[in-house]
Design a protein around this ligand. Structure first.
Ligand code: SME
Length: 155
């Protein structure tokens, strides 16, 4: 998959949008339209020591993820991207959609570098996300960070 065009589309889509929900909603919609073989894409936002469901595309999902729980909580706590080829082998994976087989979770940061959210992408295909996907989607995550939480963002 070629990510350069998607990065540019994301930048253009979010430019000048002065609302967090509007940005994240459109970001999830663009990713859902662009990425083949996914069944869920969206955001969990940190608040009061937990991760709370934010804008997404896909089936209804768990509303609150406690600190360190699931792939999302573990990635957020470690402040590291988690690329899980088989969610069934990940201890504590939270099965919001039983169809999910693999998952990519990328922490998102504010302008000071503090983790404030995660981008979560689920797939019904084992090992859906390659190293190249992780690199491309990390670049897209940077665009989202910049637009929503970066210096000059209107949040
Ligand atoms: N599977 C995630 C929970 C979120 S849903 O997939 C949308 C996890 O284990 O953190």
């Amino acid at each position: 998959m070629e990510y350069e065009l998607l990065i540019q589309q994301m930048r253009a889509l979010l430019a000048g949008v002065e609302d967090q929900v509007a940005c994240l909603a459109n970001a999830s919609a663009l990713l859902n339209a662009a990425l083949p073989n996914i069944n869920w894409v969206g955001f969990y936002l940190a608040k009061d020591g937990a991760l709370w469901l934010g804008p997404f595309q896909g089936a209804p999902a768990c509303v609150r993820i406690g600190a360190g729980q699931g792939v999302c909580g573990a990635a957020f706590a470690a402040d590291q991207t988690f690329r899980v080829g088989d969610v069934h082998s990940f201890p504590g994976h939270i099965a919001c959609d039983p169809a999910s087989r693999s998952e990519l979770v990328i922490p998102l940061h504010d302008a000071q570098g503090v983790p404030v959210a995660v981008l979560d992408i689920d797939s019904p295909v084992f090992c859906r996300f390659s190293e190249a996907d992780e690199a491309g989607l990390s670049a897209i995550a940077k665009e989202i960070e910049r637009a929503v939480w970066g210096n000059g963002a209107c949040m």
